[in-house]
Ligand binder design. Structure first.
Ligand code: A2P
Length: 346
């Protein structure tokens, strides 16, 4: 069997480190690995599959030696500069940033949903936004069966989605709260450092993820809207979204309201969802069983619960969808794309 060579760019970050864990858990036919980060981390050691590796500084020549695949998780500007260089040297890049997602020449892929799009790649495949990935896994089987007309997304997103600085802001906020420090109305009466968010995330819900746009939405909201249309191959879907950062370390939760073209039966919906690859249904309200962030952290699947009819519509449904945003929302999805590339290469 062919053995492949894989690079991880951003190997020291939150997503990169999880990618290493997921790669260790899977038994992929990859015989050589290289790990890249910025100058800051150059020379650091990582232990991976029983071997010590040295983190290398990413530069223009990093892809002069041949890699079959590279997973990039080092932010948009790094991807913009280096992903085309890697691709021009014959490496297929799976990019976690938002840089190429809406590029018509770049497939945007969730392997359970649109695996065939992988075959159209010209060297770069984009991993969707974390909140989009878990949503479309839940929506795909419903769209196939009942044809979705409209979607309303409301998200409750963990700080790990904002990288190390996001986690720092929550942990640091908790520490200061315990010491009695107060951060009221942004007056900084007892100031403490905020590295990522404009307000303390501890004790708050911030209806603001990524920058605001002229239309009043945030970039994160527009990512969910546009990426869902691209992945489900349906530009005319009606979608709206409100994305909220909440004081949860890891795993995004989403309330998804869906209107269908066709009538449906609730038991059929539950069956269809539970039979779809990558979904685990947890929906037993009489025993208080529904997906919660702490249970979903460390798992690769998408969890769906609170499946119930929306009585305000002819054919509408409400879902509660939770997934580990760093695993299924980023690292796991990227590695599943690599697995598919290997499968298609046979
Ligand atoms: P480093 O650790 O050297 O800063 P997170 O989003 O969790 O903060 O992680 C970002 C990841 O992207 C880290 O691995 C970081 O490396 C990496 N990174 C940031 N800027 C660059 C760059 N210019 N070149 C390569 N890797 C980068």
């Amino acid at each position: 069997m062919k053995n492949y060579k894989l690079a991880v760019v951003g190997a020291t970050g939150v997503v990169g480190r999880t990618a290493l864990k997921v790669l260790e858990e899977k038994n992929l036919p990859i015989s050589e690995y290289a790990f890249f980060a910025s100058k800051r981390s150059c020379g650091q050691k990582v232990s991976f599959l029983g071997k010590d590796y040295t983190i290398q500084e990413l530069n223009e020549n990093s892809f002069d030696e041949h890699f079959d695949f590279a997973i990039f998780s080092a932010g948009s500007s790094t991807s913009e500069k280096y992903a085309p260089i890697a691709a021009s040297k014959g490496c297929i890049v799976v990019d976690n940033s938002s840089c190429f997602r809406m590029d018509k020449d770049v497939p945007l892929v969730v392997p359970e949903v649109n695996p065939e799009d992988i075959k159209k790649n010209k060297g770069i495949i984009a991993n969707p936004n974390c909140s989009t990935i878990q949503a479309v896994v839940a929506l795909k089987p419903l769209d196939d069966n009942f044809k979705i007309k409209r979607i309303v997304y409301s998200t409750y997103q963990a700080v790990s989605g904002a990288g190390r600085d996001g986690i720092y802001d929550l942990e640091n906020g908790i520490e200061h709260f315990q010491k009695g420090d107060n951060y009221i109305n942004n007056t900084k009466s007892t100031p403490y450092e905020l590295k990522k968010f404009p307000y303390p995330i501890f004790n708050n819900c911030l209806p603001h993820i990524d920058n605001f746009l002229d239309n009043g939405y945030t970039k994160e909201e527009m990512k969910m809207i546009n990426e869902t249309k691209k992945i489900l191959h349906n530009d005319s879907l009606a979608i709206t979204a409100t994305t909220v950062r909440v004081p949860v370390i890891n795993s995004h939760s989403e309330s998804i309201n869906v209107e269908f073209e066709k009538e449906y039966n609730l038991d059929d919906v539950k069956k269809i969802l539970s039979e779809f690859p990558g979904i685990t249904v947890i929906d037993d309200i009489s025993n208080l069983k529904y997906p919660i962030a702490t249970d979903c952290t460390g798992k690769n699947e998408v969890f769906v619960g609170r499946i119930r009819r929306d009585y305000s519509l002819n054919s509408g449904i409400n879902l509660w969808v939770v997934a580990d945003n760093i695993r299924k929302g980023a690292a796991t999805n990227a590695i599943q794309i690599v697995e598919k590339l290997i499968e298609f290469d046979k």
